[in-house]
Write a protein that binds this ligand. Structure first.
Ligand code: FPP
Length: 228
């Protein structure tokens, strides 16, 4: 019997459509982001159940600062609450938290919460949940290239070794919800050979069955990595 993850080890998601989900229900955007956090909880649990080693979620991009101040504050508030209130859940599900991006530049209270959560979950082994916070792939690549240059070697291997995701399995599948078909500066290096899956489902409506459908789609692809 084939495994339900079809051999995929690392799945990344651009969680898009919270605002439209709320608008459809005549609710404020905040309600959409709150429902988005619920979807995160469910999908992280499903990732563990499916035997995925890693999941990377695009929570806040380096471009999201351009949103109205109230919305930025709402998103940061939700993130803080998620990191604090889900520590028990991470322990119960053996989830190791990782944060990628320029998160050390965030407000000191957020940085402290993240540091505590990283430490508290560092021994967990089943699934790594990487949350991209203040993340931009071009910024990540510049930082990796600078670190590689400082170590005296610029090569594919040296740059890969300095990416934020260096200790994670290769990216197998990148999902974007809500019907938009672009990468929006997310995991540009890592997606070189990843399968891309776009769905019209809005993020708060994305369910474990939809993750399974994306993995089934992944299983039908013929990955040749440039060969025949
Ligand atoms: C896109 O929806 C979503 C975001 C910019 C933020 C994603 C954040 C969450 C799901 C909540 C926090 C995450 C974690 C990991 C706790 P949008 O606002 O761009 O929607 P729209 O395109 O419909 O307006």
């Amino acid at each position: 019997m084939t495994a339900p993850n079809h051999g995929a080890r690392h799945v990344a998601i651009i969680m898009d459509g919270n605002g439209r989900w709320a608008k459809k229900r005549l609710l404020p955007r905040f309600a959409g982001h709150k429902a988005g956090v619920e979807a995160v909880r469910t999908i992280v649990r499903a990732a563990g159940d499916l035997g995925l080693e890693a999941m990377t979620l695009y929570a806040f991009s380096s471009e999201n600062w351009k949103r109205p101040e109230d919305e930025v504050n709402d998103l940061m508030g939700l993130m803080k609450r998620f990191i604090v209130s889900d520590l028990d859940e991470f322990a119960a599900n053996d989830v190791k938290l990782k944060v990628i991006g320029n998160w050390r530049a965030l407000a000191p209270d957020v940085v402290a919460l993240i540091e505590n959560a990283l430490e508290r979950t560092s021994g967990n082994k089943r699934t790594t949940l990487a949350v991209a916070l203040n993340y931009g792939a071009q910024d990540e690549l510049v930082r990796a290239a600078q670190a590689a240059a400082a170590a005296g070697e610029i090569s594919e291997a040296a740059i890969a070794a300095h990416l934020d995701t260096a200790d994670m399995p290769p990216l197998d599948l990148l999902i974007r919800t809500s019907g938009e078909v672009r990468l929006s500066n997310f995991l540009l290096w890592q997606s070189a050979y990843a399968e891309l899956y776009f769905t019209d489902i809005l993020w708060p409506d994305f369910k474990p069955a939809d993750l399974q459908a994306a993995l089934d789609h992944f299983a039908r692809r013929d990955r040749r990595y440039g060969g025949l």
